[in-house]
Design a protein around this ligand. Structure first.
Ligand code: GTP
Length: 300
């Protein structure tokens, strides 16, 4: 009997999971791929970024599919299976411990319907170089430990970091040098799998804020606000319009040290701005962040 293969993509905030899945969906493999994505914040940005490329996309927001949303994930999987895709890709939020998701995938209700083919962890080379303490983050470690292999994004790891990562005993694949390992992602990595250690790490050390503006922003005010708040942020993403040309929608991406704005396809639900900001709880001040961003609404 055919069992639908499932690929789980995990990795820390901003490591490149959505980017990888987009490339996978658009690849020249002829497969009908369904995607299930889970954003850390309440605004479902990843689902929108993948919507054009997948056979079907289900976005699960406002919670984590490794714990609070386990039931939603199970329902989504059953819904997606009705469409008989060739492959299901699940993007775990950067705040998930993949063990909770693997638990759902082995739920007896799904027995005989799907099989977990690959668990890949994205490892952000830029982020590790700038913040090597990430290697000690229990959530980051849980994501790498649960994976069959690690995909290194955003450049190469220094020899020192490579040696530290080697302690996790996972095959390391450089996306920059080796490209996307389609064979591993599409079915040949099951042999690498070992049962994950029991337990679950939570994302209690992370905090998030959803910030919206009904009005377009002042570009200079926004740039100044972003510079001011950047030290508190691990990740920010969302859509923006600026006052001089409110017809143009922009996608903001901030991951680690890098921020970018790019043109985004039209959306009628964003008249000004819709952003999700994520940081470490110990240094994350939502009121302060909102106050700084509110300033960028003031034009002139
Ligand atoms: N230079 C470079 N940038 C990348 C690469 N992969 C992703 N990015 C950029 O990193 C940012 C975050 O990428 P995403 O794919 O959204 O990361 P993510 O892991 O899905 O993020 P979350 O779901 O928010 O945790 C975006 O600005 C991407 O364009 C890469 O291999 N190289």
């Amino acid at each position: 009997m055919f069992m639908t293969p499932v690929v789980l993509i995990t990795g820390f905030l901003g490591a490149g999971k959505t980017t990888l899945i987009n490339q996978l969906l658009r690849g020249d493999h002829g497969l009908r791929i369904a995607a299930i994505v889970n954003d850390f914040g309440a605004i479902n940005i990843d689902a929108a970024l993948l919507a054009d490329a997948a056979d079907s996309v289900i976005g699960l927001e406002n919670g984590c599919i490794c714990c609070a949303l386990q039931g939603d994930l199970l329902r989504s999987l059953r819904l997606v299976l009705e469409r008989s895709p060739d492959l299901i890709v699940i993007e775990a939020s950067g705040g998930s411990d993949p063990r909770g998701i693997l638990e759902v995938l082995s739920d007896p209700i799904l027995t005989g319907l799907l099989r977990t083919d690959a668990v890949a962890a994205l490892v952000d080379a830029e982020d590790l170089a700038a913040a090597p303490q990430r290697l000690r983050d229990p959530l980051w470690q849980a994501q790498v430990r649960a994976a069959d292999f690690a995909l290194i994004s955003k450049g190469s790891l220094s020899p020192g970091l490579q040696a530290q990562l080697a302690m996790f005993r996972k095959p390391l694949i450089s996306l920059q040098d080796q490209g996307i390992p389609l064979a591993l992602l599409l079915g040949e990595s099951g042999a690498l799998r070992k049962a994950p250690e029991p337990g679950r790490v939570t994302a209690d050390h992370l905090a998030s804020l959803e910030w919206e503006s009904p009005l377009p922003l002042d570009p200079e005010g926004f740039t100044a606000a972003l510079q001011e708040i950047a030290p508190q942020l691990l990740r920010a993403k969302g859509w923006l319009r600026f006052a001089p040309a409110p017809g143009d929608l922009h996608l903001l991406q901030l991951a680690g040290q890098r921020a970018s704005l790019s043109p985004a396809p039209p959306r009628s639900d964003v008249t000004g701005a819709k952003l999700v900001l994520i940081g470490l709880r110990e240094s994350f001040e939502p009121e302060e962040l909102a106050r700084a961003l509110d300033q960028s609404r003031r034009i002139g």
